[in-house]
Design a protein around this ligand. Structure first.
Ligand SMILES: [Zn+2]
Ligand SMILES: [Zn+2]
Length: 350
Protein backbone atom coordinates (compact mmCIF):
# COMPACT_ATOMS: atom_id res chain seq x y z
CA UNK A 1 0.00 0.00 0.00
CA UNK A 2 1.53 3.28 -1.08
CA UNK A 3 -1.48 5.60 -1.01
CA UNK A 4 -3.79 6.75 1.75
CA UNK A 5 -7.21 8.33 2.11
CA UNK A 6 -7.56 11.84 3.39
CA UNK A 7 -10.13 14.58 3.79
CA UNK A 8 -9.86 18.20 2.62
CA UNK A 9 -12.33 21.02 3.27
CA UNK A 10 -13.11 23.01 0.10
CA UNK A 11 -15.37 25.45 2.01
CA UNK A 12 -19.11 26.07 1.56
CA UNK A 13 -19.76 23.44 4.27
CA UNK A 14 -18.45 20.58 2.14
CA UNK A 15 -16.03 17.72 2.69
CA UNK A 16 -13.92 16.12 -0.05
CA UNK A 17 -12.19 12.73 0.07
CA UNK A 18 -8.85 12.45 -1.68
CA UNK A 19 -6.14 9.82 -2.24
CA UNK A 20 -2.55 10.77 -1.65
CA UNK A 21 0.84 9.05 -1.48
CA UNK A 22 1.81 8.01 2.03
CA UNK A 23 4.58 10.49 2.90
CA UNK A 24 8.11 9.54 3.93
CA UNK A 25 9.52 11.09 7.10
CA UNK A 26 12.31 13.56 6.47
CA UNK A 27 15.03 14.60 8.90
CA UNK A 28 13.67 14.91 12.42
CA UNK A 29 10.22 13.70 11.35
CA UNK A 30 8.11 10.67 12.16
CA UNK A 31 5.28 9.01 10.26
CA UNK A 32 2.21 8.43 12.42
CA UNK A 33 -0.56 5.95 11.84
CA UNK A 34 -3.56 8.03 12.80
CA UNK A 35 -5.74 6.69 15.59
CA UNK A 36 -7.99 9.64 16.47
CA UNK A 37 -8.52 13.09 14.97
CA UNK A 38 -11.16 15.29 16.54
CA UNK A 39 -12.94 18.31 15.10
CA UNK A 40 -12.38 21.73 16.67
CA UNK A 41 -14.62 24.80 16.65
CA UNK A 42 -11.93 26.63 14.68
CA UNK A 43 -12.21 24.07 11.87
CA UNK A 44 -15.89 24.91 11.56
CA UNK A 45 -15.56 28.67 12.00
CA UNK A 46 -12.56 29.36 9.78
CA UNK A 47 -12.42 26.48 7.27
CA UNK A 48 -15.50 24.28 6.86
CA UNK A 49 -18.16 26.97 6.37
CA UNK A 50 -15.86 29.24 4.41
CA UNK A 51 -12.17 29.89 4.29
CA UNK A 52 -11.72 32.86 6.60
CA UNK A 53 -8.59 34.34 7.89
CA UNK A 54 -5.07 35.11 6.90
CA UNK A 55 -1.70 34.29 8.42
CA UNK A 56 -2.05 31.56 11.05
CA UNK A 57 -5.69 31.01 10.06
CA UNK A 58 -5.15 30.78 6.31
CA UNK A 59 -6.23 27.32 5.17
CA UNK A 60 -4.10 26.13 2.29
CA UNK A 61 -6.11 23.19 0.98
CA UNK A 62 -4.17 20.61 3.00
CA UNK A 63 -5.58 17.49 4.68
CA UNK A 64 -7.75 18.80 7.50
CA UNK A 65 -7.67 18.05 11.22
CA UNK A 66 -5.55 19.83 13.81
CA UNK A 67 -6.26 17.56 16.78
CA UNK A 68 -4.25 14.48 15.81
CA UNK A 69 -3.21 11.51 17.90
CA UNK A 70 -1.49 8.41 16.59
CA UNK A 71 1.25 5.82 16.74
CA UNK A 72 4.75 6.12 15.32
CA UNK A 73 5.22 3.64 12.46
CA UNK A 74 8.36 5.06 10.85
CA UNK A 75 11.16 7.21 12.21
CA UNK A 76 13.08 9.58 9.93
CA UNK A 77 16.83 10.22 10.08
CA UNK A 78 18.06 12.38 12.94
CA UNK A 79 15.25 11.58 15.38
CA UNK A 80 16.56 11.40 18.91
CA UNK A 81 13.82 10.02 21.08
CA UNK A 82 10.81 8.46 19.38
CA UNK A 83 10.70 4.81 18.34
CA UNK A 84 8.30 2.76 16.27
CA UNK A 85 5.25 1.88 18.33
CA UNK A 86 5.30 5.03 20.48
CA UNK A 87 1.88 6.57 21.10
CA UNK A 88 1.93 10.33 20.71
CA UNK A 89 -0.15 13.48 20.95
CA UNK A 90 0.85 16.13 18.43
CA UNK A 91 1.10 19.79 19.39
CA UNK A 92 -0.57 20.92 16.21
CA UNK A 93 1.75 23.72 15.16
CA UNK A 94 5.33 23.35 14.01
CA UNK A 95 7.07 26.69 14.49
CA UNK A 96 10.43 27.97 13.32
CA UNK A 97 11.94 26.60 16.54
CA UNK A 98 14.23 29.56 17.13
CA UNK A 99 12.02 32.57 17.93
CA UNK A 100 11.08 33.62 21.45
CA UNK A 101 7.60 32.07 21.32
CA UNK A 102 8.92 28.77 19.94
CA UNK A 103 11.67 28.63 22.55
CA UNK A 104 9.00 28.96 25.22
CA UNK A 105 7.01 26.17 23.61
CA UNK A 106 4.25 28.48 22.36
CA UNK A 107 4.63 27.65 18.67
CA UNK A 108 1.06 28.92 18.35
CA UNK A 109 2.52 32.42 18.62
CA UNK A 110 5.36 31.93 16.12
CA UNK A 111 5.17 34.49 13.31
CA UNK A 112 7.96 33.10 11.16
CA UNK A 113 7.19 32.06 7.56
CA UNK A 114 8.40 28.58 8.63
CA UNK A 115 5.42 28.20 10.97
CA UNK A 116 2.87 25.66 9.78
CA UNK A 117 -0.17 24.28 11.60
CA UNK A 118 -1.46 20.79 10.89
CA UNK A 119 -4.80 20.99 9.12
CA UNK A 120 -4.18 24.60 8.08
CA UNK A 121 -0.87 24.90 6.24
CA UNK A 122 0.45 21.32 6.47
CA UNK A 123 -1.37 18.01 6.31
CA UNK A 124 -3.42 17.19 9.38
CA UNK A 125 -4.96 14.21 11.07
CA UNK A 126 -7.94 13.42 8.84
CA UNK A 127 -5.96 10.79 6.91
CA UNK A 128 -4.65 7.29 7.49
CA UNK A 129 -1.14 8.64 8.07
CA UNK A 130 0.39 11.98 9.03
CA UNK A 131 3.93 13.33 9.09
CA UNK A 132 4.91 15.12 12.30
CA UNK A 133 8.03 16.75 13.65
CA UNK A 134 9.57 14.72 16.46
CA UNK A 135 9.94 17.97 18.40
CA UNK A 136 6.19 18.58 18.49
CA UNK A 137 5.21 15.05 19.55
CA UNK A 138 4.41 14.39 23.21
CA UNK A 139 4.19 10.90 24.72
CA UNK A 140 0.64 9.75 25.35
CA UNK A 141 0.57 8.03 28.76
CA UNK A 142 -0.54 4.35 28.67
CA UNK A 143 -3.52 5.15 30.89
CA UNK A 144 -5.01 7.52 28.30
CA UNK A 145 -6.73 6.57 25.05
CA UNK A 146 -5.95 7.95 21.60
CA UNK A 147 -9.23 9.87 21.71
CA UNK A 148 -8.14 11.41 25.03
CA UNK A 149 -4.90 12.42 23.32
CA UNK A 150 -6.63 13.99 20.32
CA UNK A 151 -8.76 16.12 22.62
CA UNK A 152 -5.71 17.33 24.53
CA UNK A 153 -3.89 18.37 21.34
CA UNK A 154 -6.02 21.50 21.02
CA UNK A 155 -9.26 21.87 23.03
CA UNK A 156 -8.25 20.55 26.46
CA UNK A 157 -4.85 22.17 26.11
CA UNK A 158 -6.56 25.48 25.40
CA UNK A 159 -8.85 25.12 28.41
CA UNK A 160 -5.96 24.14 30.70
CA UNK A 161 -3.89 27.12 29.60
CA UNK A 162 -6.79 29.49 30.29
CA UNK A 163 -7.19 28.05 33.79
CA UNK A 164 -3.45 28.29 34.43
CA UNK A 165 -3.58 31.93 33.35
CA UNK A 166 -6.33 32.45 35.95
CA UNK A 167 -4.38 30.58 38.60
CA UNK A 168 -7.51 28.60 39.47
CA UNK A 169 -7.41 26.86 42.84
CA UNK A 170 -9.62 25.59 45.63
CA UNK A 171 -10.10 29.20 46.75
CA UNK A 172 -12.13 29.97 43.65
CA UNK A 173 -15.57 29.57 42.25
CA UNK A 174 -15.46 29.20 38.48
CA UNK A 175 -17.86 30.58 35.89
CA UNK A 176 -17.66 29.04 32.40
CA UNK A 177 -19.55 30.77 29.59
CA UNK A 178 -20.02 28.57 26.53
CA UNK A 179 -20.26 24.82 27.12
CA UNK A 180 -18.93 23.64 23.79
CA UNK A 181 -16.00 21.23 23.95
CA UNK A 182 -13.54 23.84 25.30
CA UNK A 183 -16.04 25.02 27.94
CA UNK A 184 -16.75 21.44 29.02
CA UNK A 185 -13.00 20.89 29.25
CA UNK A 186 -12.58 24.04 31.36
CA UNK A 187 -15.27 22.82 33.75
CA UNK A 188 -13.74 19.34 34.03
CA UNK A 189 -10.19 20.59 34.57
CA UNK A 190 -11.26 23.50 36.78
CA UNK A 191 -12.90 21.03 39.15
CA UNK A 192 -9.74 18.88 39.19
CA UNK A 193 -7.70 21.98 40.02
CA UNK A 194 -9.92 22.53 43.03
CA UNK A 195 -12.39 25.18 41.91
CA UNK A 196 -16.01 25.04 42.98
CA UNK A 197 -18.86 25.49 42.79
CA UNK A 198 -18.67 25.58 39.01
CA UNK A 199 -21.34 27.49 37.11
CA UNK A 200 -21.77 26.77 33.39
CA UNK A 201 -23.75 28.92 30.96
CA UNK A 202 -24.88 28.10 27.43
CA UNK A 203 -27.75 28.80 25.06
CA UNK A 204 -28.12 25.13 24.02
CA UNK A 205 -30.28 22.98 26.31
CA UNK A 206 -28.48 19.80 25.13
CA UNK A 207 -25.12 21.19 26.18
CA UNK A 208 -26.40 22.32 29.57
CA UNK A 209 -27.87 18.88 30.14
CA UNK A 210 -24.63 17.18 29.12
CA UNK A 211 -22.53 19.37 31.44
CA UNK A 212 -24.86 18.55 34.31
CA UNK A 213 -25.21 14.84 33.53
CA UNK A 214 -21.44 14.42 33.36
CA UNK A 215 -21.14 16.20 36.70
CA UNK A 216 -18.89 18.85 35.18
CA UNK A 217 -20.89 21.81 36.51
CA UNK A 218 -22.78 22.32 39.76
CA UNK A 219 -25.17 24.80 38.17
CA UNK A 220 -26.20 24.84 34.51
CA UNK A 221 -27.62 28.26 33.67
CA UNK A 222 -29.52 29.04 30.48
CA UNK A 223 -28.03 32.03 28.71
CA UNK A 224 -31.04 34.34 28.66
CA UNK A 225 -31.86 37.81 29.99
CA UNK A 226 -31.97 36.56 33.59
CA UNK A 227 -28.68 34.62 33.51
CA UNK A 228 -26.81 37.42 35.32
CA UNK A 229 -29.39 37.55 38.12
CA UNK A 230 -29.23 33.78 38.50
CA UNK A 231 -25.44 33.82 38.82
CA UNK A 232 -25.59 36.68 41.35
CA UNK A 233 -28.12 34.69 43.36
CA UNK A 234 -25.92 31.60 43.28
CA UNK A 235 -22.90 33.57 44.49
CA UNK A 236 -24.48 35.69 47.23
CA UNK A 237 -24.41 38.76 44.97
CA UNK A 238 -20.64 38.67 44.54
CA UNK A 239 -19.93 36.79 41.34
CA UNK A 240 -17.22 34.17 40.80
CA UNK A 241 -13.57 34.65 41.72
CA UNK A 242 -12.62 33.23 38.32
CA UNK A 243 -14.40 33.15 34.98
CA UNK A 244 -13.55 31.96 31.50
CA UNK A 245 -15.39 32.63 28.26
CA UNK A 246 -15.18 29.72 25.84
CA UNK A 247 -17.89 30.91 23.46
CA UNK A 248 -16.46 33.92 21.66
CA UNK A 249 -19.88 35.58 21.78
CA UNK A 250 -20.00 39.22 22.90
CA UNK A 251 -22.98 38.63 25.20
CA UNK A 252 -21.28 35.71 26.92
CA UNK A 253 -18.02 37.61 27.35
CA UNK A 254 -19.92 40.45 28.97
CA UNK A 255 -21.76 38.03 31.21
CA UNK A 256 -18.42 36.53 32.29
CA UNK A 257 -16.93 39.96 33.04
CA UNK A 258 -20.02 41.25 34.85
CA UNK A 259 -20.13 38.17 37.03
CA UNK A 260 -16.47 38.09 37.95
CA UNK A 261 -16.07 39.09 41.59
CA UNK A 262 -14.24 42.32 42.41
CA UNK A 263 -10.49 41.57 42.38
CA UNK A 264 -11.25 38.42 40.41
CA UNK A 265 -9.73 37.08 37.21
CA UNK A 266 -11.40 36.58 33.84
CA UNK A 267 -10.01 34.89 30.72
CA UNK A 268 -11.20 35.04 27.13
CA UNK A 269 -10.41 31.78 25.33
CA UNK A 270 -13.28 31.70 22.81
CA UNK A 271 -12.19 33.06 19.43
CA UNK A 272 -13.50 35.73 17.09
CA UNK A 273 -15.92 38.62 17.33
CA UNK A 274 -15.78 41.99 19.06
CA UNK A 275 -16.91 43.44 22.35
CA UNK A 276 -17.76 46.87 23.72
CA UNK A 277 -18.11 47.54 27.44
CA UNK A 278 -17.83 50.26 30.05
CA UNK A 279 -14.16 49.85 30.96
CA UNK A 280 -14.18 51.87 34.18
CA UNK A 281 -17.33 50.35 35.56
CA UNK A 282 -16.66 46.73 34.66
CA UNK A 283 -12.90 46.41 34.71
CA UNK A 284 -10.96 49.23 36.35
CA UNK A 285 -13.19 50.08 39.29
CA UNK A 286 -13.69 46.43 40.10
CA UNK A 287 -9.97 45.63 39.90
CA UNK A 288 -10.48 42.75 37.48
CA UNK A 289 -7.58 41.03 35.73
CA UNK A 290 -8.60 40.18 32.18
CA UNK A 291 -6.50 37.63 30.27
CA UNK A 292 -6.42 36.64 26.63
CA UNK A 293 -5.31 33.03 26.26
CA UNK A 294 -4.51 31.30 22.96
CA UNK A 295 -3.97 27.52 22.84
CA UNK A 296 -1.10 26.37 25.10
CA UNK A 297 2.57 25.45 25.19
CA UNK A 298 4.32 22.13 24.59
CA UNK A 299 5.28 21.98 28.23
CA UNK A 300 1.81 22.72 29.55
CA UNK A 301 0.38 20.11 27.18
CA UNK A 302 2.79 17.49 28.53
CA UNK A 303 1.98 18.62 32.07
CA UNK A 304 -1.75 18.27 31.39
CA UNK A 305 -1.32 14.71 30.08
CA UNK A 306 0.54 13.79 33.26
CA UNK A 307 -2.11 15.43 35.48
CA UNK A 308 -5.00 13.72 33.68
CA UNK A 309 -3.55 10.34 34.69
CA UNK A 310 -3.16 11.48 38.29
CA UNK A 311 -6.68 12.91 38.35
CA UNK A 312 -8.16 9.75 36.73
CA UNK A 313 -9.78 11.95 34.11
CA UNK A 314 -10.57 11.01 30.53
CA UNK A 315 -11.25 13.90 28.14
CA UNK A 316 -13.10 11.46 25.90
CA UNK A 317 -16.00 11.65 28.37
CA UNK A 318 -17.19 14.69 26.40
CA UNK A 319 -17.13 12.89 23.04
CA UNK A 320 -20.69 12.32 21.86
CA UNK A 321 -19.98 11.16 18.31
CA UNK A 322 -17.27 8.83 16.98
CA UNK A 323 -17.21 8.42 13.22
CA UNK A 324 -14.91 6.81 10.69
CA UNK A 325 -12.93 8.80 8.12
CA UNK A 326 -15.48 7.70 5.49
CA UNK A 327 -18.15 9.46 7.53
CA UNK A 328 -16.27 12.77 7.68
CA UNK A 329 -19.10 14.71 5.99
CA UNK A 330 -21.51 13.62 8.72
CA UNK A 331 -18.93 14.35 11.40
CA UNK A 332 -18.58 17.95 10.19
CA UNK A 333 -22.34 18.43 9.91
CA UNK A 334 -22.72 17.26 13.51
CA UNK A 335 -19.92 19.49 14.78
CA UNK A 336 -21.36 22.46 12.87
CA UNK A 337 -24.81 21.94 14.40
CA UNK A 338 -23.30 22.92 17.76
CA UNK A 339 -25.67 20.81 19.82
CA UNK A 340 -23.40 17.86 20.47
CA UNK A 341 -20.33 17.43 22.61
CA UNK A 342 -17.07 16.66 20.88
CA UNK A 343 -17.06 14.96 17.49
CA UNK A 344 -14.10 12.70 16.80
CA UNK A 345 -12.92 10.76 13.77
CA UNK A 346 -11.51 7.40 14.89
CA UNK A 347 -9.59 4.95 12.78
CA UNK A 348 -10.28 1.62 14.49
CA UNK A 349 -14.03 1.44 14.76
CA UNK A 350 -13.90 -1.89 16.58
ZN1 LIG B 1 -8.42 23.89 17.65
ZN1 LIG C 1 9.08 30.48 15.91
Amino acid sequence: MTTMSGVVLPGDSTVEHIQKDIPQPGHGQVLLKMKASSICGSDIRAIYREHLGAGPEAYQGVIAGHEPCGQVVQVGPGCRRLREGDRVVVYHIAGCGVCDECRHGYMIGCTSPFRAAHGWQRDGGHADYMLAEEATCIDLPDELTYVDGALVSCGFGTAYEGLLRLGVSGRDRLLVTGLGPVGLAAAMLGRAMGAGPIIGVDIAAERLRMARDLGLVDHAVVSDASAGDTIQELTGGRGCETSIDCSGSAAARLLALENTRAWGRCAFAGEGGEITFAVSELLIHRQISLHGSWVTSLRHMAELLERLVRWHLHPEAIVTDRLSLDQAARAYRLADAGASGKVCIVFDMS
